[in-house]
Structures are given as structure tokens and as C-alpha cells.
Write a protein that binds this ligand. Structure first.
Ligand SMILES: *Cc1c(COP(=O)(O)O)cnc(C)c1O
Length: 231
């Protein structure tokens, strides 16, 4: 099932890229693995996802111990409490969900302590929703400009979760705005920032995200099926 789902998503990604005049190889498929056990994660990796994204520190820790992600990069994509930063920095290839200044400062401190450079994305709350974390669109350029003060972090790009869309196309204006912010920052060529990753698009809207410049989609449901939150 998982392998067939991934093959179908790949076909849709290619079609969306082709329509947008883009090279499908520019767009990575990140499996959002929350609530799926190590065996299912291994199945997704064997079927060719490019990386895995984990939401909860405890699940990350358990699956790392289980070698669930072996062979592919693992990213952290959930809300990260500062008291758990030590369990994530240096353990993941990319922290996609840096959503507030205190968290950035805390990651910097831990990375410095470990003597490493941690790759990060800044998360934008593009719809200005109260229920979501993330920097507001007008905060992001200032944070990017201050990256020199965080020499143990490397800013690789932006991540966003727009509002749940009711109709296809609803989120295009958000995706387009994120891309514009990203290009503006990249043009400035700040130290320790490369800004080549645009992590946007999920099960319900990844084709629109690809049309608007996404370079990484994060897909859970379309790979693993619906999550059972009652368990
Ligand atoms: C769960 C999750 C996804 C995937 O959502 P689906 O709609 O199941 O594809 C993507 N990004 C983040 C941050 C998530 O928590």
C-alpha cells in the first residue's frame, strides 16, 4: 500500500512540476511520519521518499533508537519546546519548525555546545492563524538578516503550513507570498544562509504548492492513510 501510494504521489508531483515548467528533481518528498511506527517508516524509505519529518520528540527519539530512518535524512517538523532542544539538535539533518526567537537562540546555544552547525528553516504563520505557531511574514526578513548572530545555525529556507483549504487553489496566494519572501531574502546573500528550501504543500494542496515554487512537500495522509487520533 505505502509503496503504491508513494508511486502515485510521485506521478502527481511530476505532472504538477511539468505543468509549472519545472524540473521534478527540484522537488523533494518528505514523509510526515507522525504516529507511524518504525516498520512503516522503513517501508516508506524503501519505496523512495527523500526524507522523513517527525513531529514529536519522543517519537523521534524512539525511532532513531530503532534505526527507522537509516539511509535517509530525518527532519524535525513539529512544535519544539526549548527544554527538548538537546534531544533534537545534532540528531536531525534539518529543524524545519523554528518558529520563535527564543527557540532559535536555544538551538544556537546547544549547537555551539556540541560544536556543530545545525541546519534550520524558519516557520512562517502565513495565514496569521492564532492556532498556529510561526513568525509573521513581516518578522521573517529581520530574523534572516540577524543570522550572523547565530553562527552555529545555517538558514536553509522557509517552511509554512497555510490554513486548511476548502477548495483547490485557495492557498495559492499564500504559497506565492512565501516564495516572494524567500526570494527577497536569498537576494541579500546573508552569511550562513542559503535559502534554497521552500517547504510547503501537504496531502491536500501539494500540487498548488509545486505550482508556486515549493521545493519540498511534506506528506502524511496520502502516504500512510488517515491517522487514528483515538488510539
Ligand atoms: C502531519 C504534518 C504534515 C502532513 O500532513 P498530511 O495532511 O497528512 O499530509 C505536514 N507537515 C506537518 C508539519 C505536519 O505536522
Amino acid at each position: 500500500m505505502i509503496a503504491e501510494n508513494i508511486a502515485f504521489i510521485r506521478a502527481r508531483m511530476e505532472e504538477a512540476a511539468r505543468k509549472a515548467g519545472r524540473d521534478p528533481k527540484e522537488i523533494l518528498l518528505c514523509a510526515a511520519t507522525k504516529m507511524n511506527d518504525a516498520d512503516r517508516v522503513r517501508e516508506a524509505i524503501a519505496a523512495g521518499v527523500d526524507c522523513c519529518g517527525e513531529n514529536r520528540v519522543q517519537e523521534l527519539t524512539e525511532k532513531l533508537a530503532d534505526h527507522a530512518y537509516d539511509g535517509k535524512p530525518v527532519h524535525f517538523i513539529g512544535h519544539l519546546q526549548t527544554n527538548k532542544v538537546r534531544q533534537v539538535v545534532g540528531k536531525v539533518d534539518l529543524i524545519q519548525s523554528v518558529d520563535r526567537p527564543e527557540l532559535l537562540a536555544c538551538i544556537e546555544k546547544e549547537a555551539a555546545k556540541q560544536g556543530i552547525v545545525q541546519d534550520i528553516l524558519l516557520e512562517i504563520n502565513i495565514g496569521g492563524e492564532e492556532s498556529k505557531s510561526g513568525f509573521s511574514p513581516d518578522q521573517v526578513p529581520g530574523i534572516a538578516a540577524s543570522m550572523e548572530s547565530y553562527p552555529h545555525c545555517r538558514l536553509r529556507g522557509l517552511m509554512a503550513i497555510p490554513p486548511i483549504s476548502k477548495n483547490p487553489g485557495d492557498n495559492c496566494r499564500f504559497f506565492t507570498e512565501i516564495q516572494r519572501i524567500s526570494v527577497d531574502i536569498r537576494t541579500k546573500k546573508y552569511n550562513n544562509s542559503s535559502m534554497e528550501i521552500l517547504s510547503m504543500g501537504m496531502t491536500d494542496d501539494f500540487e498548488d504548492a509545486i505550482a508556486c515554487g515549493s521545493t519540498m512537500i511534506r506528506v502524511g495522509t496520502a502516504i500512510f492513510g488517515a491517522r487514528n487520533y483515538t488510539k
